[in-house]
Design a protein around this ligand. Sequence first.
Ligand SMILES: C[S@@+](CC[C@H](N)C(=O)[O-])C[C@H]1O[C@@H](n2cnc3c(N)ncnc32)[C@H](O)[C@@H]1O
Length: 217
Amino acid sequence: MSEYDWDPKTYLALMAEEVPDYHRLQDQLVVAASVHTSAKLILDLGIGSGLSAARVLDALPQATLVGIDNSHAMLAAAASSLPLRRFTPIEQRLEDPLPSGPYDLVISMLAIHHLDGPGKADLFSRIAGALRPGGRFVLADLVIPENPADMMTPIDGVEDKPSSLSDQLTWLTAAGLQPSVSWQHRDLAVINSTRPDQSTAHVKWPAAVKSQELPHS
Ligand SMILES: C[S@@+](CC[C@H](N)C(=O)[O-])C[C@H]1O[C@@H](n2cnc3c(N)ncnc32)[C@H](O)[C@@H]1O
């Protein structure tokens, strides 16, 4: 994605042009987030205008959501469209300390690829610290695909710093999370990570697996 001032009015048109599978990725984010049926408090990192958060809140009607973003315009659009009693907007950077939790669920779609490798690794460890034991982190984002021909999204190399799946799985594991890939299509992927709770901390989990692509719902 090229650099621009994020504008909620043109955002979907931009996604249609630069991330044609935006809605498929969002579907898979919602599928992965919905598994956490008892989630009460959610944190959305880079919530933008709230389009993905709205779908997650619809799927988890008992939950409230804190959304952070450093774009005032995008956050204002989220605040005007999401239900007031279920949404707390916070204008801040992903690099800043996360608003205090603990969270049952942390979600992020198409935002964390704006951080470089060390920035992602640092954020993953702060996410692990903000999650309740047993909580889950669902990351739906751009990745560097194994086959360069699968890179569909224009990357400017300045604002956009996607990493490979394997690097991100390594950083998530180093952060103390248990990650697995629930969906991948070309340069898009969804990674589910769980913070082990004490009762399962001793269990040796299998290495992260790449599941088959799920049918588009
Ligand atoms: C492609 S939009 C994704 C919005 C939303 N998550 C969605 O699913 O439609 C990326 C968002 O990440 C935000 N963002 C990018 N880098 C950020 C940073 N370092 N700190 C906070 N927000 C950031 C942008 O302002 C923008 O709203």
